[in-house]
Write a protein that binds this ligand. Sequence first.
Ligand SMILES: Cc1ncc(C[n+]2csc(CCOP(=O)(O)OP(=O)(O)O)c2C)c(N)n1
Ligand SMILES: [Mg+2]
Length: 355
Amino acid sequence: MTTISRQPFQLVAPDGAVVADDDDHPIDPDAARNYYRAMTLARAVDDEATFLQRRGELGLWLRSLGQEAAQIGSISALRASDYVFPSYREHAAALARGLSPGQILAQWRGVAHSGWNPADHNFHIYTLVLAAQLLHATGYAMGIQRDRAADVVLAYFGDGASSEGDAAEAFNIAAVNAAPVLFFCQNNAWAISTPNDKQFASPVHVRAQAYGLWSAAVDGNDVFAVRAVTERALRHIRSGGGPALVEALTYRRAGHSTADDPSRYRPDGEVSEQASRDPIDRVEALLRQRDWADETFFVTAAADARNAAASTREQCLALPEPSLAAYFDHVLADADPDVLRERAQSLRRHPVAVS
Ligand SMILES: Cc1ncc(C[n+]2csc(CCOP(=O)(O)OP(=O)(O)O)c2C)c(N)n1
Ligand SMILES: [Mg+2]
C-alpha cells in the first residue's frame, strides 16, 4: 500500500505541544530525554567541527545544523544489524551508530579516504557523488534479500539528489525487485543555491508512488514523528512489502559547506524564521511542559555537550598524518601492477612526504 500525505505528519508542534498520539511511537519521557541528549551531543560536535574548520584544522565541513531530528528519529528506529548508506551530512546518525567524532572528521581533515570500516557499525562511508549511494544501497539490499536475511538497508539522500538519474534508477530497480531498502530524503529546502521550486515540480514522496514505493512525508524537525513514520516504513519493508521512501521536511540552517556563502542567494530572515522550528528546542519545550526533566538534567546535558566538543577537538588534533604510500593502499583490494607503479613513482617524486 502506498500512502501519500501532502501535509507532513507531525506529533509534536514547534512549541512543544503534543498534537497527536501515535501507537507506533508513544510520546514518553524516556524517549524524549534520550532524543534530547543525542541531538544536543550531535549539535555540539557539529559546532566544534565548524570552529575547527575556521581555525584551519579541517579543509571543509558540511554542517547538519537543524537536521538532527531527521537523523536521530530515523536511525533510532533501526536494528544494529540493519545497514546504513549515508550521504555526507549524516553526522548525528553516524554518532548514534557509535562512530567517534575523530572518525567522522578524518576525511574532512584530509588524512583518510573515509575514516572508518563500514562493517564495524554497519554504517557505510560517506558518499559525495550525489545519489550514487542509492544504487549501492539497492544492490546491497538485493544481496540481503538473496541471503534471506531479515535486515533492512536505509539510504539517506537530499532534495537535490532526488533529481539525479541514479535516484530514479535506484527507486525503479528496488521496486521491481521488492528490495528491503528505505530511501530517506532529508529535504532541507536547498541544494547548495538551488531551492526546491527550481529542483522539481513534484515532491519526492509523491514521485515515489509512481515507482511503486510506499511513501510518506513527515515534519523532519519533529523527532517523534520521524521515528513513528520510519517505524511504519520499516514494518512495511520487513513484512515483504518492498521498498519505501520517507521525505523528512527539514531545513539547512547553515551554508551548504564552510566554503559557501548563503547570503548570496538565501532570502533575508529565512534562517531566523526557521530557527523557531529548531528540533532540539522542540523537545526541550516538551520536556519542560510535561515536567519530564529537571534543571539537573539540562545542566548535565550541557556539560556532556561541552565534553563532547572538547573531545572532538582533541581527537581531531590527534589524527595521525598518513604516509603518501597509504593513499595507494586502498585503491584496489588486490595488488595491481598499475597502482604499484604509480605508488613507486609518487614515492620517488615526493621523498619528503614519505618520511
Ligand atoms: C553527481 C554530483 N553532481 C553534483 C555534485 C556537486 N554537489 C555537491 S552537494 C550538491 C547539492 C546537493 O543538495 P542536496 O541533495 O539537497 O543535499 P544537501 O547538501 O542539501 O544535504 C551538489 C550539486 C556532486 N557532488 N555530485
Ligand atoms: Mg538539500
